[in-house]
Design a protein around this ligand. Structure first.
Ligand code: PNS
Length: 162
């Protein structure tokens, strides 16, 4: 049986922290599906298509990593793709409460799925998509903490007065 893991998130935008986690996880599963939540309720800065394009470019060298989008319940999506693991990153203790709640709710909904946490490199322990968006919007440099294509797209957004 193939071991398939789903790594869900908003990825608005993908950061080097996300990529670090994907790099750590991908060799431990037969297939890793990075699943971008397409729900526009969160009013993302980038459309789901843009977020998927950034991610596809960033993982292009890794044939065992797939990028997809989903809507609705994560557990339904995970079952559809045949995953047995939900992968999430834990940067600091502050992530823990939210992650624990999600993991327990997902376990209640789908007991056969296991949530597995990995820690990204400490070099990215402070990096979040929210802070990246804020820094970029205010004209700060996000070089080295997001892929180059994302950094370029963020400066374009700033130039457009986003
Ligand atoms: O990157 P994020 O915003 O922390 O990711 C959150 C995400 C997408 C994993 C979570 O919001 C989610 O799974 N949403 C799908 C809807 C769902 O299943 N909700 C119940 C989760 S307990």
């Amino acid at each position: 049986m193939k071991r398939i893991a789903v790594y869900p998130g908003t990825f608005d935008p993908v950061t080097c922290g996300h990529l670090d986690l994907i790099a750590r996880a991908r060799t431990r599963f037969d297939r890793l599906v990075v699943a971008i939540l397409g729900n526009e309720d969160k009013r993302p800065m980038f459309t789901v298509e843009e977020r998927a394009a950034f991610l596809r470019e960033a993982v292009a060298a890794w044939p065992d990593v797939e990028v997809d989008t989903f809507e609705g319940l994560l557990v339904d999506y995970a079952r559809r793709v045949g995953a047995t693991v939900i992968l999430r990153g834990l940067r600091a203790i502050s992530d823990f409460e939210y992650e624990l709640q999600m993991a327990m709710m997902n376990r209640r909904l789908a007991p056969e799925l296991e949530t597995v946490f990995l820690m990204p490199s400490e070099a990215y322990s402070y990096v979040s998509s929210r802070l990246v968006r804020e820094v970029a919007r205010l004209g700060g440099s996000v070089e080295g903490i997001v892929p180059d294509a994302v950094a370029r797209a963020l400066s374009l957004r700033r130039a457009e007065g986003f």
